[in-house]
Ligand binder design. Structure first.
Ligand SMILES: Cc1cc2nc3c(=O)[nH]c(=O)nc-3n(C[C@H](O)[C@H](O)[C@H](O)COP(=O)(O)OP(=O)(O)OC[C@H]3O[C@@H](n4cnc5c(N)ncnc54)[C@H](O)[C@@H]3O)c2cc1C
Length: 275
C-alpha cells in the first residue's frame, strides 16, 4: 500500500519559537496536497525548522492533469426526465458516426448522465398541499406527490474529447448535450439549460494519477494501521508519521481527505511540542 506523505521528526537540542518546547527538525516527504497541508499547518503554528522533499520536479502530487477527466453540469429550471430517473447510461454505436471529427463526436465520450433533482418535495396524498400540487401541475402518484423544481444533469468525459469540450463556449456545450438528450430520451421539447457549468482541468496546469480503495477483504482497520505513527526506540514520542489520502478513515481517495490527513499529522507534532 502506498502512503502519499510521511514525516520524520528528529529531536533538537535548540529552543524554537516562544510557543515551542525544543522545536524538532521535521522532514516532510512528498509535496502532494497532504504534505503541503502539513507544512502550512506547521508554519502557521510557529514551526520553521522543516523541509519538504519531493521526488518529482513539481508540487501538487496527483493533483495534476496528465490524462484528463472533465465534468459538465447542465442546470435545468424544470425536470426533463421522469421523477424516478436518476441515471442515464449511454451505449454508442461506433460504426455509424456521421461526421468523424471532434466537433460532431466529442460528446460520444460521455458514458452516462447522472441526474440530481433539487428541491424535491414528497407529500402524502392526505396532506393539505393537494391543491397547491395540482395548481403547480405536479406529478401525482396514488400515494405521493413528487415535486422537482429544478434539476442538474452531470456528464463525465475524458481524453481528447474533454480537451475539445473545454475549447467550446458553455452555450455550445449546452446545445450539443441537449441534442444528445433529445436523442436518448426520444423527446423533441427539451429546453436549453438555464446554465452550464463545467470543469476545464485540461487548461489548468496544476491538476493527475490514481487513488486508493479498500480491497475486497480489507477494512477501515487497515487504514488505521497505515495511519499509525512509529515511535522511535530512543523516544516516547512518535518519530515517523503518515499522512496522505490512503490514511483517512472515511475520506480516503479524495483531495479533501489528503488535506485533512496533512493537518492531522501536523497537529500531532504541534501538540507534542507546544506548551
Ligand atoms: C484521475 C483522478 C481523479 C481524481 N478525482 C478526484 C476528485 O474528483 N475529487 C477528489 O477529492 N479527489 C480526486 N482524486 C484524488 C486526489 O487527487 C488524491 O487523493 C490526492 O491528490 C492525494 O494527495 P496526497 O497528498 O495524499 O498524495 P499525492 O498527491 O500522491 O502526493 C504524494 C507526493 O509524494 C511524492 N513522493 C512519493 N514518493 C516520494 C519519495 N520517496 N520522496 C519524495 N517524494 C515522494 C510524489 O511525487 C507526490 O508529489 C483524483 C485522483 C485521480 C488520480
Amino acid at each position: 500500500m502506498y502512503i502519499s506523505c510521511w514525516f520524520c521528526v528528529m529531536e533538537s537540542q535548540q529552543n524554537g519559537p516562544l510557543c515551542l518546547k525544543n522545536e524538532p527538525k521535521i522532514v516532510i516527504i512528498g509535496a502532494g496536497i497532504s504534505g503541503l497541508a502539513a507544512a502550512e499547518h506547521l508554519a502557521k503554528s510557529g514551526f520553521s525548522d522543516f523541509v519538504i522533499l519531493e521526488a518529482s520536479g513539481r508540487t501538487g502530487g496527483r493533483i495534476y492533469t496528465v490524462e484528463l477527466v472533465d465534468k459538465v453540469i447542465l442546470h435545468f429550471d424544470e425536470a426533463i426526465t421522469e421523477p424516478d430517473v436518476f441515471r442515464l447510461e449511454l451505449l454508442w454505436d461506433s460504426d455509424n458516426v456521421e461526421i468523424n471529427d471532434l466537433r460532431h463526436t466529442w460528446y460520444r465520450k460521455i458514458y452516462s448522465f447522472e441526474i440530481i433533482y433539487d428541491n424535491v418535495l414528497v407529500v402524502s396524498h392526505f396532506c393539505a398541499h393537494i391543491k397547491v400540487c395540482q395548481i403547480l401541475n405536479m406529478v401525482i402518484f396514488p400515494e405521493l406527490y413528487i415535486v422537482h423544481s429544478c434539476m442538474f444533469i452531470i456528464a463525465w468525459l475524458s481524453g481528447k474529447e474533454a480537451l475539445y469540450m473545454e475549447s467550446l463556449t458553455e452555450e455550445q456545450v449546452g446545445q450539443d448535450l441537449v441534442e444528445v438528450l433529445k436523442k436518448i430520451l426520444r423527446k423533441t421539447d427539451i429546453p436549453q439549460p438555464s446554465k452550464v457549468t463545467r470543469t476545464r482541468w485540461g487548461n489548468n496546469p496544476n491538476t493527475r494519477g490514481s487513488y486508493s480503495f479498500i480491497q475486497v477483504g480489507a477494512t477501515v482497520q487497515d487504514i488505521e494501521v497505515l495511519a499509525d505513527p512509529i515511535v522511535g526506540s530512543e523516544s516516547d514520542k512518535p518519530q515517523i508519521m503518515f499522512a496522505g489520502e490512503a490514511t483517512h478513515l472515511s475520506m480516503y481517495s479524495t483531495t479533501h481527505g489528503a488535506l485533512l490527513t496533512g493537518y492531522r499529522e501536523a497537529k500531532r507534532i504541534v501538540d507534542m511540542y507546544s506548551h
